[in-house]
Design a protein around this ligand. Structure first.
Ligand code: SF4
Ligand code: SF4
Length: 485
């Protein structure tokens, strides 16, 4: 039995919660969470491929676009990256790795986030182009494609190459979890200082044959004593199981605090030198707005106007213009102007690009607020829709154990969901103002308010845009409320 390192008094440790802590420390805790999610994923694929073609009646579309996304952001807000912990793709990958061991290392030139940032933007784009939310078939195909991509990438490449360098959902979770209140972290640095084995990264091996790994160390190359924050952490619990001193916990911290500082992070380096992670922060933030913009009525007028100007009749080039504007032009202009003001008016010593890169992390909370407002809205207004859809799916296979579908079950009325949306946006705005002020203080000691002002203006512009979007007539994607138009 391992002797547990004590936890600093000021910190809450999820692993010390009676019952839950023991469960999470159980060797098979991850599989226990992954198996039900895998079963639900298979049901979604089957229903998506062979079930009703109407999105609000299909498990693939309802669970993916209403429940999964909403639950994902709410869990990230309340706790941390527990969805990566329960990831069914990793369960299938681990099973496949019992048969085929990967032999290659991920290419050095690709050890960054550029592929995953491009895939993240591509998924947002295809979501709009192919109306994925309305197509059970294409939603099921996307899930199958995801499983195949995991098997191919991690079939060839060692460690967690897919999670770290490819998976767009993972990147979403990593960047969003920088504002989560929980972090997997060492309890006492002093214990690590005298630790001889470093099993949290190397893994545990059999004493008799050191080539046999009995417990994996961190596949994401995060060395616990030097790990800072949640970036790249899948909450897989491997380090917790591997540490021989029981020195790794799931500890509380101030949400978003990791965005305010710039230490050297194990497996990542300095945030201020990682243009790829800065780009991820921007696609995350501005992508939240463009994704919400795709579901409000004015987008159709804009699409029609762009189509006429370009004299094109297909949607792809029109959407490309919209995405190009919101994901490239708008961030470059807003951050460029703010960085220029910070240099010239506040006297920051950094050049424009490093300045914009450093402050881009300050926009993550408002971006997360927009995702929360958007996905939270669909989640709340479609909260109970999975019940009649499941009833209907079971009735379809002549196993109506849940009774006849009750299609009157939907969710909260819009007028109740909207104040919650506004609350999320305000929370995001407050977080971004706090982080950018801290960054300004660190950047220009003497005149922090001058450095802060342009970034506060950027945060307010994003907030005002999100509130405007929230007040527009909206499509109720994936629920029966959209049947009216
Ligand atoms: S295994 Fe890692 S986390 Fe555990 S004491 Fe050693 S260095 Fe620290
Ligand atoms: S092993 Fe690595 S990815 Fe897994 S929980 Fe620990 S630090 Fe996070």
């Amino acid at each position: 039995m391992k002797s547990r390192a004590s936890v600093p008094n000021s910190q809450f440790d999820l692993l010390l919660v009676p019952g839950l802590g023991r469960l999470l420390q159980w060797r098979h805790a991850r599989s226990l969470l992954q198996i039900p999610v895998l079963i639900v994923s298979v049901a979604m694929i089957v229903h998506g491929l062979f079930g009703p073609t109407l999105a609000p009646k299909n498990l693939a579309t309802t669970l993916t676009w209403v429940h999964f996304r909403g639950a994902l952001v709410l869990v990230l807000l309340a706790a941390g990256n527990f969805f990566c912990l329960a990831c069914p793709f990793m369960l299938v990958r681990n099973a496949a790795r019992r048969l085929f061991q990967p032999r290659l290392n991920w290419p050095r030139a690709l050890r960054n986030k550029w592929i995953s940032v491009a895939l993240f933007a591509l998924i947002l784009f295809t979501y709009e182009l192919f109306d994925l939310w309305a197509s059970p078939l294409w939603t099921a195909v996307l899930i199958v494609a995801y499983f195949l991509a995991v098997l191919v990438v991690d079939g060839f490449f060692k460690h967690a190459s897919f999670c770290k360098f490819v998976c767009p959902i993972g990147q979403f979770n990593f960047i969003a979890s920088t504002v989560s209140p929980l972090e997997i972290k060492v309890r006492r640095q002093s214990v690590c200082n005298v630790c001889a084995t470093k099993d949290c990264i190397r893994g545990r091996r059999e004493a008799a044959s050191p080539f046999v790994v009995t417990q994996r160390g961190c596949e994401l190359a995060l060395f616990q004593p030097h790990k800072v924050g949640n970036m790249d952490c899948t909450f897989c619990l491997d380090c917790i199981h591997a540490c021989p001193h029981d020195n790794v916990g799931i500890l509380s911290r101030v949400p978003a605090s990791e965005l305010m500082t710039d230490p050297r992070r194990s497996g990542i380096g300095f945030f201020s030198r990682r243009k790829d992670i800065g780009a991820l922060a921007l696609v995350f933030t501005f992508g939240a707005l463009v994704n919400a913009f795709g579901m409000v009525s004015p987008v159709y007028a804009l699409e029609a106007w762009i189509g006429t100007r370009l004299n094109v009749h297909s949607e792809a080039p029109v959407l490309a213009v919209i995405f190009g504007f919101f994901l490239l032009v708008e961030p470059v202009v807003l951050l460029g102007v703010a960085a220029w003001i910070t240099r010239t008016w506040a006297g920051s010593k950094r050049a424009i690009v490093p300045l914009a890169l450093r402050y881009s992390y300050g926009l993550v909370p408002i971006g997360f607020g927009v995702w929360l407002a958007h996905y939270g809205f669909h989640f709340l207004t479609g909260l109970f829709t999975f019940i009649p859809v499941t009833q209907s799916a079971l009735a379809r296979i002549d196993w109506p154990i849940l009774g006849e579908p009750n299609w009157s079950l939907t969710g909260l009325p819009r007028n109740l969901a909207q104040p919650v949306e506004l609350g999320f946006l305000l929370l995001g705005l407050a977080g971004s103002l706090l982080v950018t002020y801290h960054l300004a203080e660190g950047d220009v000691h003497e005149r922090p308010y001058r450095a802060f002002t342009p970034w506060a203006a950027v945060c307010l512009i994003l907030f005002a845009s999100a509130v405007w979007l929230m007040l527009q007539p909206m499509e109720m994607r994936g629920t029966f409320m959209n049947m009216g138009g």
